[in-house]
Ligand binder design. Structure first.
Ligand SMILES: Cc1cc2nc3c(=O)[nH]c(=O)nc-3n(C[C@H](O)[C@H](O)[C@H](O)COP(=O)(O)OP(=O)(O)OC[C@H]3O[C@@H](n4cnc5c(N)ncnc54)[C@H](O)[C@@H]3O)c2cc1C
Length: 301
């Protein structure tokens, strides 16, 4: 352990924390400690971290904004990597924008609107990073990242940098082939459409105000379950009488049934129990099993 810590510190001086509580890095505020949290400032540090992890057989997890994650109470073994500084660049070139993986998605949507570029209005209220959004093909209001992504620069777990064209990525509903390929997004190139900056801002504001009126204000990870074709999961959950269902401090939101919120001190176990209860009740009522949209990670007890 001491040798590992020293090795990691040599690669990212001042950028390694040990036993770092993941609840401090997730929007749900749930999650035990990561053995190591590494925050590389540039690509060579990331490459060296990957090589080191491979050589030492240390598991590796890439964290974005932590807004789609349910992390176990025991936390994550190995190295959790969060991209910082040089991974947050935004470069506009006509209707193309090249974006670093660590960039905040709402910030990108705002900057695109200011440039008079349309296509990211749906993303103005989706928290988290560009890397996470591409990884799970985040979307809302009938649009998703796959509509705008043209190519990606990624690094493999072996440290090789590769470029993918969008059609190679098998984007589907809240899923991209990326997670299966064990790749880390470094940057994405998006194609947007010229438009009137005021109208773009208005459309984005419209979506944001819909969110403010419908979404809970307590900590959450967004929608917990995937929608079924033509059947919003929230409607099924509400129809099965689950609103307000609670275990410990994990509760099906009273405002939006597809959100399970943390009322204060919810644990992973509480959260999983509520998920299981909701799935059972929806199955009994509608004969369908809901599939989780949130990513569950970490060591099980
Ligand atoms: C209030 C609220 C509202 C939300 N609304 C929406 C919504 O409307 N639509 C929607 O789709 N989601 C929504 N979400 C969920 C979440 O914000 C999005 O899915 C977001 O895109 C996740 O990005 P992140 O950076 O937080 O990823 P994380 O949660 O950190 O990670 C998610 C996954 O992506 C992987 N990942 C992260 N960075 C990279 C990278 N650089 N390369 C490869 N893989 C990576 C992680 O390993 C993990 O598997 C909402 C969440 C909240 C809290």
């Amino acid at each position: 352990m001491i040798q590992l810590t020293a090795g990691l510190q040599e690669i990212v001086p001042g950028g390694i924390k040990t036993q770092e509580p993941m609840k401090n890095h997730t929007s749900l505020h749930i999650g035990g400690p990561a053995d190591y949290l590494a925050v590389p400032r540039e690509i060579n540090q990331l490459k060296a971290l990957l090589r080191f992890s491979q050589r030492e057989f240390v598991p590796f997890f890439i964290l974005g904004g932590g807004t789609n994650l349910l992390v176990s109470d025991r936390g994550i073994r190995g190295v959790v990597v969060k991209l910082d500084k040089n991974f947050k660049e935004i470069r506009f070139d006509g209707t193309r924008v090249t974006v670093g993986a660590g960039t905040s998605l709402p910030l990108l949507a705002l900057k695109a609107a200011q440039q008079g570029l349309s296509g990211l209005e749906f993303a103005g209220g989706i928290p988290g990073t560009l890397g996470g959004a591409v990884g799970i093909n985040a979307g809302a209001y009938g649009n998703c990242m796959a509509d705008v992504v043209r190519s990606l620069k990624v690094i493999t777990w072996e440290g090789e940098i590769i470029e993918f064209q969008a059609q190679q990525l098998d984007f589907s509903y809240r899923c991209s082939g990326l997670l299966k390929k064990n790749c880390i997004v470094l940057e994405a190139s998006l194609e947007l459409v010229p438009g009137n900056p005021l109208e773009i801002r208005e459309r984005m504001e419209g979506f944001l105000s819909q969110r403010r009126s419908k979404h809970p204000t307590e900590p959450s990870a967004g929608s917990v379950f995937k929608n079924l074709p033509n059947k919003p999961a929230g409607r099924l959950i509400e129809g099965a009488g689950c609103k307000g269902l609670r275990v410990g401090d994990a509760q099906v939101s009273l405002r939006h049934a597809n959100f399970i919120v943390n009322l204060g001190a919810a644990t992973y176990r509480d959260y999983l129990k509520v998920i299981a209860m909701v799935r059972e009740r929806v199955y009994k009522e509608y004969n369908v099993w809901l599939n989780p949209e949130i990513n569950m990670v970490g060591e099980e007890s």
